[in-house]
Ligand binder design. Structure first.
Ligand SMILES: Nc1ncnc2c1ncn2[C@@H]1O[C@H](COP(=O)(O)OP(=O)(O)OP(=O)(O)O)[C@@H](O)[C@H]1O
Ligand SMILES: [Mg+2]
Length: 266
């Protein structure tokens, strides 16, 4: 599954949510790719060198299968991340990835979960092409008039550009505000992210708390991950007969969504 996480304006916590999803995904197959054209933050927050990361991945562009471990870093919160360099120099890599690496990204997402942090979406952003290829796009917005109008102003071109499903993620308030925002924008809500100083500090590398997965932010992120997993199509098994020479060999059972778990029937 290919998931894009972004925002309209401001810093409502897209990177934090993307990292949380990668760390708390129900299966151990998730990776976050920092595709924010404004540059990556996680290398500095977690004290890793940002290379080889997004730039190298975009340059390679034609890898096959899951994103190779060479480009990924395992952060202390347990998430695998392709880091991006700081500054708008990252935009060139985002552009290259969107231009030449979309097919590889989609293939990686066919057998694993790939989460893209696409940053603040505006119509000139090269990350829009990545968001456009995602199965689900999560747009974070706080229930304020300013955020509502910022997201609302983007919806006409954004909903037109995307091929996947666009979801609203409420920020800071779990209830009425997000419901109103959803109604006014006409966007379905996939979850809400509560304000959590401790949770955000863990996900920005400032704090290490044992059992941080029990904090309210982590619980909310897990709910969003579970909601997304529930939207995954059921793996339907297809039997593919392979003919080799004179005799047919036993069928290979393949599943479109979990093709990596291919097993041979005896
Ligand atoms: N749920 C939250 N509760 C409290 N603080 C949060 C929460 N989410 C994020 N923060 C804090 O807000 C700041 C911005 O978060 P983050 O970098 O995730 O936002 P962003 O939307 O990715 O911003 P940008 O668009 O600049 O990349 C960080 O200091 C982060 O720790
Ligand atoms: Mg960010």
């Amino acid at each position: 599954m290919l998931i894009a996480v972004g925002s309209g304006k401001g810093a409502p916590g897209a990177t934090t949510l993307g990292l949380g999803l990668a760390a708390l995904w129900p299966r151990p197959d998730a990776a976050l790719v920092e595709c924010d054209p404004a540059g990556g933050d996680l290398w500095a927050r977690f004290g890793h060198h940002p290379e080889p990361g997004l730039s190298a991945l975009a340059a390679a562009a034609t890898w096959q299968g899951p994103i190779p471990g060479f480009f990924r870093r395992r952060l202390s919160v347990g998430a695998d991340v392709v880091l991006a360099i700081p500054g708008d120099g990252a935009a060139a890599s985002v552009l290259t990835l969107a231009d030449r690496g979309l097919e590889a990204l989609r293939q990686a997402a066919a057998t694993a979960t790939v989460i893209l942090d696409v940053g603040r979406l505006d119509h000139r952003s090269p990350a829009v092409a990545l968001a456009a290829a995602a199965d689900h796009v999560l747009l974070l917005a706080a229930p304020s008039l300013a955020q509502q109008t910022q997201v609302g102003a983007r919806l006409p071109w954004l909903s037109h550009a995307l091929s996947g499903k666009l979801w609203l993620v409420g920020v800071g308030d779990g209830g009425h505000g997000t419901a109103e925002l959803s109604r006014d924008l006409g966007l379905p809500v996939i979850g809400t992210v509560p304000y959590s100083r401790w949770g955000a500090s863990v996900l920005s590398g400032q704090l290490r708390i044992p059992n941080w997965q029990r904090l309210k932010l982590a619980r909310a992120v897990r709910c969003i991950a579970a909601a997304l997993c529930a939207l995954e199509p059921e793996p339907t098994e297809q039997v593919v007969w392979r003919a080799t020479g004179r005799s047919a060999v036993p069928p290979v059972i393949t599943s479109p969504t979990f093709a990596g778990r291919r097993r041979e029937a005896s």
